[in-house]
Design a protein around this ligand. Structure first.
Ligand code: GLN
Length: 483
């Protein structure tokens, strides 16, 4: 039963082949048995899950239907869940029980999804390896000595290991697409404003976006359907109608114009990944797509701009964690200053502290113009590059990451080496565009992803292309040994 996709689960439940309660029990037992190897969950919510599963079964018995009604999922542990620990992977929030549900959590619960637990993540979503969590590193099910990618690494590892069919993640600079690529999943970062950020603990507010991680594009369509939509509680949420994503999966790719940026194939890209990307292009050509070389001339400025903007916003967002209002408070503070300093010094891990310092520096008087303002100008240039490209093509295609997964600990002493892994994903966040990663093959037994980017609000186009590709390839069906 654990091999079923969301789409298959929906059919099985509708046909009364099994109940949501049965399925939930099977998956909870599987998590208990296998997750100790992976560390993909921070909290399990067995009682809530069984209660939601029974309620979903009752709704189906009353004639209700819906692709998510009774479907087991998990939430990255930065989506607030009422009465349940919402840790953000940090000691700072280890004791924090959210007083309300995030909009995404509430919407999915209303659609009948069953929450099995909260997944592990890089502390405050800062990272590309899922090694910075206060709860320990997450392991990649394809090789337990390797990282699963981050920061939504717990969601990715759990879904890749078939502990559950799908999970939520968030993507500020690649944290849905990159772990999807490194664990052989399909992951989608929606257009900025498509999915509500209300109740999603902020890292860098102008970049953060929630989205689905699943094995197939078909399942991403189902989960995104439950997450997307206007939310008056989020001032950056956009009031655009949400299309029927599942209905759009079967469009023909005949004549689809795919742009391949020449800057993507630089020295930093593992040549074996480049070969797999070329193979995926050949596959899409067979389906009728037309390939065009394009240019994104400002791409090389993306990482420096992001690593100013994201820490700047983080330093501001994380100022609320002061030992007074939320989470961790140090023992026996001598005075107010000591309370702030020690609560933050003891509650935040080293990567979070590094980002706060970089961000506070970039925003400080005298440096703002030199760093933050300049980074914002680069951001506009990057957006303009995409706008020009999308005048000529419908989709942009390339690698999701320059390298496959690396060994646990391999980049621990060199944060910049990890930052460089974000080179292909970050531009979509800077421009606010939707992006998807899908399985495209293996290098040394480790999965490789191909990334598709589309114009604003064209999530449906990404899912359509990925679904057609998946109907004609079987990379996404491969299962890691031992799971
Ligand atoms: N790796 C990037 C960072 O560390 C992106 C993280 C994310 O998307 N949350 O900031």
């Amino acid at each position: 039963m654990h091999q079923l996709t969301l789409a298959e689960i929906a059919r099985g439940l509708a046909d009364k082949k099994f109940s949501s309660e049965e399925l939930t029990k099977v998956l909870l037992a599987r998590i208990a048995q296998l997750d100790p190897q992976l560390n993909s969950f921070i909290s399990l919510t067995e009682d809530l899950a069984l209660q939601q599963a029974k309620a979903a079964d009752a709704r189906r018995a009353n004639g209700e239907s819906g692709a998510l009604l009774g479907a087991p999922i998990a939430h990255k542990d930065l989506f607030c869940t009422q009465g349940i620990r919402t840790s953000c992977g940090s000691k700072m929030l280890d004791n924090f029980k959210a007083p309300y549900d995030a909009t995404v959590v509430a919407k999915l619960a209303a659609a009948g999804a069953v929450t099995l637990g909260k997944t592990n993540m890089d502390e405050f979503a800062m990272g590309s390896a899922n090694e910075s969590s206060y709860y320990g590193a997450v392991k990649n099910p394809w090789n337990l000595e390797y990282v699963p990618g981050g920061s939504s690494g717990g969601s990715a590892a759990a879904v890749a290991a078939r502990l559950l069919p799908a999970a939520t993640g968030t993507d500020t600079g690649g944290s849905i697409r990159q772990p999807a690529a490194l664990t052989n999943l399909t992951g989608l970062k929606p257009t900025y404003g498509r999915v509500s950020r209300w109740g999603m603990i902020a890292y860098a507010s102008s970049l953060d976006q929630g989205g689905p991680l699943a094995r197939t594009a078909e399942d991403c369509a189902i989960l995104l359907q439950g997450m997307a939509g206007f939310d008056p509680q989020d001032s950056t949420s956009i009031d655009e109608p949400v299309p029927d994503y599942s209905a759009g999966l079967n469009g023909s790719l005949q004549g689809l114009r795919i742009g391949v940026p020449k800057e993507y194939f630089s020295a930093g890209l593992d040549p074996r990944i480049a070969d797999l990307i070329m193979a995926s292009i050949e596959e899409l050509k067979k389906l009728g797509a037309v390939i065009k070389e394009i240019s994104l001339p400002n791409m090389q400025h993306a990482i420096p701009a992001y690593y100013v903007i994201a820490p700047a916003e983080a330093s501001s967002n994380l100022s609320r964690f002061d030992g007074v209002r939320f989470g961790y408070r140090c023992e026996d503070p001598k005075n107010l200053e000591d309370l702030y300093k020690r609560s933050r010094g003891e509650g935040f891990g080293p990567e979070v502290q590094r980002r706060i310092m970089v961000g506070a520096y970039a925003l400080s008087a005298g440096y703002y113009d030199a760093y933050y303002l300049k980074a914002q100008k680069i951001r506009r240039l990057i957006k303009n590059d995409f706008m020009a490209a999308f005048n000529e093509v419908d989709i942009i295609l390339g690698p999701t990451t320059p390298n496959p997964a690396w060994k646990l600990g391999a980049k621990n002493n060199d944060p910049v080496a990890a930052y460089l892994e974000d080179v292909y994903t970050i531009t979509a966040n800077l421009a606010g565009l939707p992006g998807l990663s899908m399985p495209a093959g293996f290098v040394d037994g480790l999965p490789v992803g191909v990334q598709l980017l589309a114009p604003y609000f064209q999530e449906g186009r990404l899912l359509n292309v990925a679904h057609q590709y998946q109907l004609n390839t079987d990379w996404h069906t491969r299962t890691p040994t031992g799971f």
